[in-house]
Design a protein around this ligand. Sequence first.
Ligand code: SF4
Length: 723
Amino acid sequence: PIAITSATQETRSTCPYCGVGCGVVIETRDGAVTGVRGDEKHPANFGRLCSKGSTLHLTARPGLQRTARLLTPELRATRGEPGRAVGWDEALDAVADRIAATIATHGPDSVGLYLSGQLLTEDYYVFNKLAKGLLGTNNVDTNSRLCMSSAVAGYKLTLGADAPPACYEDLDHADLLFIVGANPAFAHPILFRRIEDAKARNPALKIVVVDPRRTDTAESADLFVQIQPGSDVAFFHGMLHILLWEGLIDEAYIAAHTEGFAELKRLVRDYTPGFVAQTCGIDVETLTRAAFLFGRAKAALSLYCQGLNQSASGTAKNAALVNLHLATGQIGRPGAGPFSLTGQPNAMGGREVGGMANLLSAHRDLTNPEHRAEVARLWGVDDVPAAPGKTAVEMFEAVRAGEIRLLWIVCTNPAQSLPDQNLVRAALDAAECVIVQDAFTGTETARYADIVLPASSWAEKEGSVTNSERRISRVRPAIAAPGEARADWRIAVDVARRLEARLRPGRPTLFGYDDVEAVWNEHRETTRGRDLDITGLSYAVLDADGPQHWPCREGEAPVARLYVDGVFPTASGRARFAALPHVPVADAIDARHPFRLTTGRLRDQWHGMTRTGTLGRLFGHAPEPAIEMYAGDMARRGIGDGELVRVTSRRGAMLLPVRASNAVRSGDAFIPMHWGEAYVGGRDDDGTAFTGVNALTTGAIDPRSKQPELKHAAVRVEKTALP
Ligand code: SF4
């Protein structure tokens, strides 16, 4: 912190909301946060903040800390009832005892850790090592599985590594922005400001938006393509079909830098413009215009997010988009490339340390015996278990089936955010022990806790995060955590040290960290020689020079743009075309469930509203949840604007008002993801709680990425009255 007056201090840190990763300056006085402003030196935002970032200081005010924060560890004899406040030693002993006893009786895979893309890289590192290096289970996964895992699987399948190849600066070099399944105007607002700036500077820049909804982003487009939910693969293959016919592919690039094009060519032969137009619900002319804009662009940059990822064919969607870039040589040049936009602030950092059920440190692969041996050596353990762990949805299915007995949930609220809430809540009910580690009281998940551990939050934590463009930023504490709350990494270490005494007595500790920097330094060492090598970085470098891209090898400069030499991290050095067909959505519409429901974000809310929901001013834009429908569909059902409707899927139901909207087409509907049980409340006639939109969504997952299809559910909509 730098003292600017005798009473006011400023601390540079990073916004904890979205993956744009904006820098913030936190103002504090007398140990309390008094203000926040954008960090003018941060290369993600250059001083700007959106509505969420600019109100961060209000979520850290002392009054809110007293009412909305978990302040002491708690042991609960009865779930849902207030427990007994205990000291940290008693709580940590209880956690270690329960884990050790569960493993002794049922084996290591009877324990699961469910983490969060809101955690810092250092937090993730310790939890991952605790699970895989000490407990002996790979059952560690995260809500990032709901966010970017299809993008990761798509990159690895085609380019050979989990690494977005582009950077924000590419916005200024592109002459085509191809925005697909993303609404940056709401979900990545500061990036959208940069898009607007790029357009203002370069009127020749064309913007194509492909989305089932006419979003605010779509309003800025030169061409808006309103495809049917789930038809993206057909659309991209249809574009490639036209590019082939029109000779708009880059044969020299394909020959020099790729493999597998012949098979893809055979596949897309069947994706004729007529077939694709019918599958996507668009006209041939629009498809052709999109293909020509892409094929004739000098530098095409694709920006994409959950519309591609949250799908039971998410990997195929991502790969089909990357195919377009490879086929036209639109990659590895300024302004060109596929560029996934990360949803959460540190989904990327979590993957860097291998904090997922299928990964190991530094993007190593759990299925690779050499990688397991390397990590075991780096950690100083005998081995790392080989059996794949359970991914997010699988983990809760395993809990319900009695395979996982103890669940430790950190910094996330699965009783709102996971799909198919009936299954998730049945699983939480069935678990023998649920440990909830969180900063906030009142989450739906906390109700299931047997042990509650209070964690520190934004403005109190130290560490690092990585944003969408592979740039690592420091997170710095400006105030002390309230009550007994502790840093997440510290809680993990405290539990690990106790478990070491029980599971590997007499051996040197694996968790001898004096501070959070020691954790980061160990993580850095695991990256040596890997694609994300950060051996050229340190906290001191990040503090002196500001946020930096990875890779940044020792003695070298950070690399902002990847694959400029046309060499890819695959066995052959060539990028691979992926020939994966269009597959219809998992939850098909029928006469009983005739509407295609899609879900998404609003401008001023974040996730389940734990923080943003505490600020009245952030409800001005959208004061209550509503289902958006096409006015003609409402009229045919005799439903008036603002009336209450019952929305029912094959898994559950919810009640909410309806709003006529031109943003969705006939047959489609939209519900924002933010409002959970705390807001929609109430119970159905059969006693089932109305849990929010994820009562409706399906737990169907992509077979490669294991990401669930949160973006599509078949529903019916009926006029109703309050029960
Ligand atoms: Fe925070 Fe994202 Fe807004 Fe930037 S764009 S201020 S990172 S929420």
